[in-house]
Design a protein around this ligand. Structure first.
Ligand code: CP
Length: 358
């Protein structure tokens, strides 16, 4: 009861005041009956949530293998509609969420650019989102503006028709479902090797502006004794906010600008591309990024049991010759995204018990 009142009070705050609150003080606002209602931040995903979602994803992919199973899954949310509002470029997040909706039988609408929505006529993003809630039961969104997914959920939770919002990437800020699929991939890969605990993850590339490494770093707090090694050019080092978070949670991390030195230690190498869409004055054009490329000749330096991940899309950070190495996990990683996103949608609509009973 106390929590409910507190949540009500949070709803009375102005957006500016709400936005400035520390995350732990406002996460409850995005829950209903003690369960995640909106998926906006990695920090919402506890180890218990993660286990539930991974097991559910495993169950869904098994059920969907048979036509009868897939046909049954497609009846579960056939009365629900999803809005895919993706106004920043995306291939796999968009298509995997769209596929996830189809697996559960949802009807899907999409807007993929503010140049084709009434935002071009001056409608605010807030009114645009409010409009989606007139037609849809779920909004999945990717946006160039930081905080807009949170603002959308904050606003809709105050209306008479609150619907869940999933953050499919917001500015340079967070991409929680990417972190979810990254962890699902790690979980599957280390299933017979003691799980994610005690593993060394080397994250490489544009760590300053890559929201996937930020979200993954937050989520790794759910595992014991994980070591993170951040390898980046000096200008693109991981932000102090992440380092402060890791220190606060007593998580082990190192920073370096030498990829080769740390390859033999890695249980997983997480490559990322340069995020030059965030350049203001072409500043990253002068960085020699080639030292942060993974090449075929590097494979012999890595453990046989290690895996290579990438949120994709890639440019040259992973040589295409690496694709044939059994440790290359990135194509399976993107497919895992479809299954774990299906599990997330099923969880938000509270149908996980029904699926698990199948
Ligand atoms: N990893 C990822 O978010 O890919 P897209 O930008 O293609 O969605």
């Amino acid at each position: 009861m106390k929590i409910k009142n507190k949540e009500k009070d949070l709803g009375k705050l102005s957006w500016e005041k709400f936005y400035s609150l520390p995350l732990n003080e406002k996460l409850g606002y995005f829950e209903k009956d003690g369960r995640m209602f909106d998926c906006l931040f990695s920090q919402q995903l506890s180890s218990q949530n993660l286990r539930t979602l991974f097991d559910l994803a495993n169950k869904i992919r098994k059920v969907a293998k048979e036509k009868g199973g897939l046909d049954w899954l497609q009846t579960l949310l056939s009365h629900k509609r999803a809005m895919l509002y993706f106004v920043q470029p995306s291939t796999r997040t968009f298509v995997s969420f769209q596929s996830a909706c189809y697996i559960l039988g949802m009807k899907v609408s999409e807007i993929r650019s503010t140049s084709t929505s009434s935002e071009l006529k001056g409608e605010s993003p807030e009114d645009t989102i409010r409009t989606f809630s007139s037609y849809a039961d779920l909004i999945i969104m990717r946006h160039f503006e930081e905080g807009i997914a949170e603002k959308s959920a904050w606003m809709l939770n105050k209306t008479k028709r609150p619907i869940s919002v999933i953050n499919g990437g917001s500015g340079k800020d967070q991409h929680p479902t990417q972190a979810l699929l990254d962890l699902y991939t790690l979980d599957l890969s280390f299933k017979d090797k003691g799980g994610i605990d005690n593993k060394t993850i080397v994250m490489v590339g544009d760590l300053k502006r890559g929201r996937t490494v930020r979200s993954l770093s937050y989520l790794l707090q759910n595992y014991k004794n994980v070591k993170i090694i951040y390898v980046a050019p000096d200008y693109l080092k991981i932000g102090n906010d992440i380092k402060d978070f890791l220190k606060k949670h007593k998580m082990s991390f190192k920073e370096s600008n030498e990829l080769i030195k740390f390859l033999p230690d890695a249980d997983a190498v997480y490559m990322t591309r340069i995020q030059d869409e965030y350049d203001i004055n072409n500043e990253s054009k002068n960085i020699d990024y080639s030292k942060f490329h993974l090449k075929k000749e590097h494979m012999k330096l890595m453990k046989k049991s290690a895996i290579i991940m990438h949120p994709l899309p890639r440019r040259q950070e992973i040589d295409v010759a690496v694709d044939n190495d059994p440790r290359a996990m990135y194509w399976r990683q993107e497919r895992n995204g479809m299954w774990v996103r299906t599990a997330l949608i099923a969880y938000l609509f509270r149908i996980e018990n029904e699926i698990n009973r199948y």
